[in-house]
Design a protein around this ligand. Sequence first.
Ligand code: GTP
Ligand code: MG
Length: 197
Amino acid sequence: MEILSAEFVVSNTKVEKCPQDNLPEYAFIGRSNVGKSSLINMLTKRPKLAMTSSTPGKTLLINHFQVNKEWYLVDLPGYGYASRGKKQVEKIQQIIEDYILEREQMTNLFVLIDCRLEPQKIDLEFMEWLGENGVPFSIIFTKADKLTSGKAKDNVNKYLRKLAEQWEELPPYFISSSEKKTGRNEILDYIDSINRS
Ligand code: GTP
Ligand code: MG
């Protein structure tokens, strides 16, 4: 799929204030710093579209980016950033939960996992919660450039074996690097195939 246009539309903390035009949307979630905002920039080839930072906790709002005037990419705040203080963590948690459970236009949630890490409890529990709530999701293993391709594949396979312990059917998954711009076609084709179905 070709990206002809990608524009920032709105940022907010409330689902009711998200765009009302009923276009399908694809949202990105995962631990703080996993690379959600960077991936949106890589997919759209707009390096400054979503704000990124090497310090976790950069994205704190629900951000809508309209693509090709037909669908949205949605950048969400990360979860699991403990040093933010209890109140702030709870507030962010609520924003994420409300969006995921209430946003009917949300067609697919991409759960981002750092491909370097062993399976983390917080991510496994989050995906469990998605399953319990019937939320359609896929996984993107990020930062693949930080490992050799063999090691990245090994880690992903290990992760999938872990998931197979709790899931009968595994979700679709992708391996990406925003740095090296890999995984782009696969992810965009996947979005395209859902948009067309
Ligand atoms: P929050 O908004 O804080 O939840 O973080 P985020 O998940 O949006 O992460 P962000 O895209 O801001 O990236 C965090 C850091 O990781 C930045 O320093 C990025 O440059 C770096 N990063 C993101 N993706 C990649 C990647 O594919 N490879 C490498 N090497 N670094 C990456
Ligand atoms: Mg971000």
